[in-house]
Design a protein around this ligand. Structure first.
Ligand code: ADP
Length: 401
């Protein structure tokens, strides 16, 4: 426990109501955060983001829907962004911090649940960095920086891969020698914190399918899909890295491995150049040559913009079919994340391609975009459920305290 901002002097008594859980979601160029009290189901007290890390970074904090801080900061890396956050005397890192909860993208083969971080677990998580070189190191930098700045406050690591660790072997492997599988070359699956939230939320928001066979489409700037049977993940469109599966804002999605060989052999591209290309110059942006934001492409009449949208829709529908086969049937589909929650035309077009399986879209409900969006008589049901990864991290952190 650590008190800053004038509280916690000797003799002060802290009430439970003063205690805070700080949730951190560290990306390579952004740091999102949310502050909760000890009731993880209550709305976050503060939230915000430092974006543009590495370039001209910007720190924004919101409380009760009002912006409390909106400043330019000097943030060369996520660790510097965290320091800028900690430097705000009346910011999110004040009050009595009971624990930090971190989103850690890769938990490797071992971590199938969240953990309180101690020296041994930190060493294990650090050893996983080669599996997620762009994602794990910045989150660990922030975790270690906060440990120094707030000594004694516990840290909980919540893994995006953990929710998928129960996949059957056929969904967990590539057709490569066992030796490489044992070394960690596996189909891990990601966005697990989001899928875990959706599996729980379906019980109240989509009770008719919650215990059934459901495909969840997490369609944001990163996008993947998951097969849930009775709320448990049995397969995912993402594999070894977050490059796999669906096309995304700037990531290619599944690509014949021969393309990578060709880029290296025929074009002489270095490993670093190929990596940068696959993560930042492909997907909707690369295909359209216009934008990574599907709203821009939907508004454009450029043929390549329209093709990129159609390619995205086609692969979401195709993956839903594949995951239905993984489950041996399908009862429903849930859309979530930025595109899934907000894009009426993308949902309509995906469901149009799936109409033959039994999804009859209710256009008015789809326009509203909240809850069930298929007709009452539709054989299969589709829903929109907003995801909340930060809340899952807050829940896990509190439950492990
Ligand atoms: P991430 O967490 O992966 O950064 P989000 O789930 O926040 O992504 O989704 C961000 C994406 O959602 C944006 O890139 C944008 O393309 C898309 N998006 C947000 N609002 C809309 C909207 N109204 N219509 C279509 N797409 C939207």
């Amino acid at each position: 426990m650590y008190a800053v901002g004038g509280k916690g002097q000797e003799g002060d008594t802290m009430s439970e109501a003063d205690r805070r859980i700080v949730v951190l979601n560290t990306g390579s160029s952004s740091l999102k955060f949310a502050v909760y009290g000890l009731d993880p189901e209550a709305p976050a007290l503060q939230s915000g983001e430092v974006d543009g890390i590495g370039g001209s970074a910007h720190l924004k904090v919101t409380a009760s829907g009002k912006t409390t801080h909106d400043v330019k900061v000097s943030a060369a890396d996520p660790h510097a962004a965290m320091q800028a956050l900690a430097a705000l005397s009346d910011g999110p890192l004040t009050g009595e911090i009971a624990a930090f909860g971190h989103r850690i993208v890769h938990g490797g083969p071992e971590f199938d649940h969240s953990v309180v971080v101690d020296a041994a677990t930190l060493a294990k998580i650090e050893a996983l960095s080669p599996l997620a070189p762009l994602h794990n190191p910045p989150a660990l930098d922030v975790l270690k920086g906060l440990s120094k700045r707030f000594p004694g406050v516990p840290h909980v690591a919540c893994f995006d891969t953990a929710f998928h660790r129960g996949h059957p072997a056929v969904a967990d492997r590539f057709a490569i020698p066992d030796e490489l599988y044992q070394q960690g070359v596996r189909r891990y699956g990601f966005h697990g914190l989001s899928y875990s939230y959706i599996a729980g939320a379906m019980k109240t928001q989509a009770p008719e399918i919650a215990a059934g066979k459901v495909v969840v489409a997490h369609l944001g700037s990163g996008a993947s899909m998951c097969a849930l049977v009775n709320g448990r993940s049995i397969d995912s469109s993402m594999g070894f890295t977050a490059l796999d599966g669906l096309p995304m804002g700037t990531r290619s999605g599944s690509l014949d491995a021969g393309v990578i060989l060709w880029l290296q052999q025929q074009k002489g591209w270095s490993v670093d150049r190929v990596e940068d290309f696959l993560y930042h110059d492909c997907g909707l942006k690369g295909m359209s040559g216009i934008s990574n934001d599907i709203r821009d492409l939907l508004a454009s009449d450029a043929p390549l913009a329209q093709l990129a949208v159609e390619y995205f829709v086609y692969h979401v529908a195709r993956t839903a079919g594949a995951l239905a086969v993984s489950m041996g049937g399908i009862d429903g589909l849930v859309f979530t994340a930025g595109i899934g929650e907000h894009s009426v035309p993308i949902r309509a077009r995906v469901l149009q391609r799936l109409q033959w399986i039994g999804f009859d879209t209710d256009p008015i409900a789809n326009e509203k975009g909240n809850g069930r969006i298929t007709t009452a008589n539709s054989p299969l049901a589709a829903f929109v459920i907003p995801t909340d990864e930060e809340r899952v991290i807050a829940r896990e952190t509190i439950s492990l305290l």
